[in-house]
Design a protein around this ligand. Structure first.
Ligand code: ZN
Length: 281
């Protein structure tokens, strides 16, 4: 299990599922020849056939006082279409074996409310969806929540009904602003585009800083080609502008960038490369 120290904070990564994707299918604008021409983009972020390695994973952020889970992957037994359908992984067993008892999580943070970030908010018990982390407050962006509640466009079944509504109905959800300060070391920062209410998670401790991206970026190749974007980006131009702004800031201030869908080693430094950027992990 990968982990990183940011001052007094420890961040651990628990992978739910790794995948291999073709760039032109996964990213609008994605061009295999252009990608192959990038000298810096190598294994493990691409495989020997030039395909993208990709991960669905969750992060546990441990401060001296708090234990915060950032995003909850796809979950088991969820009625989805495609790669997240009716999973039966050992994610939760591995999560607990890593030392993270479900009851020890005091906060669940959702960067946004897509199916691959809210799945383990709930688990199925006796045919019902119940909160997986019953002692946690679940923090969700107010704007994101209102949009997801009214959104029937997402092509993955009843995500809101099986993974968001049950924790809301249990009284565990706090709707927060896009710059919410969670605790001394952890805050949200708005990174709109993928969804309009999308946030990333900023960790600052003892002069060190990290950012957990959420889906403001999906793969390091987007540092060289910020306009390449997933089909599910709500506003492609805004997501590109957000990427360019966040990568520039990370490069200029030496922020450790932790990519929510970046394959291991997952975290690294963003470096300016002419007009764009590259990733040094
Ligand atoms: Zn995602």
């Amino acid at each position: 299990m990968l982990s990183w120290r940011v001052g007094a904070v420890k961040i651990s990564c628990i992978v739910e599922k790794d995948e291999i994707l073709r760039v032109h299918r996964f990213l609008k604008g994605g061009d295999q020849a252009k990608m192959d021409g990038l000298g810096w983009l190598k294994a493990p972020f691409v495989d020997e056939a030039g395909r993208l390695n990709f991960s669905v994973q969750a992060f546990v952020v441990e401060t001296p006082r708090r234990r915060i889970l950032v995003d909850t992957c796809m979950g088991n037994h969820k009625p989805r279409h495609g790669h997240g359908a009716m999973l039966a992984t050992d994610f939760l067993e591995r999560f607990e074996a890593a030392g993270f008892a479900r009851d020890s999580i005091d906060t669940v943070l959702c960067t946004h409310l897509h199916y691959d970030h809210v799945g383990w908010n709930t688990q199925r018990v006796d045919g019902r969806w119940v909160p997986t982390f019953p002692r946690a407050r679940y923090l969700m962006g107010r704007e994101e929540f209102e949009h997801a509640r009214n959104d029937t466009a997402e092509d993955h079944g009843d995500v809101f009904d099986d993974s968001v509504r049950p924790v809301f109905d249990a009284g565990l959800v706090d709707l927060v602003g896009a710059e919410h300060q969670v605790c001394d070391e952890v805050s949200l920062t708005p990174t709109p585009g993928h969804t309009l209410g999308h946030v990333s998670v900023r960790i600052i401790s003892e002069g060190a800083e990290a950012l957990i991206t959420g889906d403001m970026a999906h793969h390091p190749v987007q540092m060289a080609f910020p306009a390449w974007h997933v089909k599910s980006d709500h506003d492609a131009a805004l997501s590109e502008a957000t990427r360019t702004r966040v990568f520039a800031d990370a490069a200029d201030r030496g922020v450790l960038l932790i990519g929510s869908h970046f394959y291991a080693p997952t975290a690294g430094r963003v470096v300016r490369d002419g007009e764009v950027f590259r990733f040094e992990a």
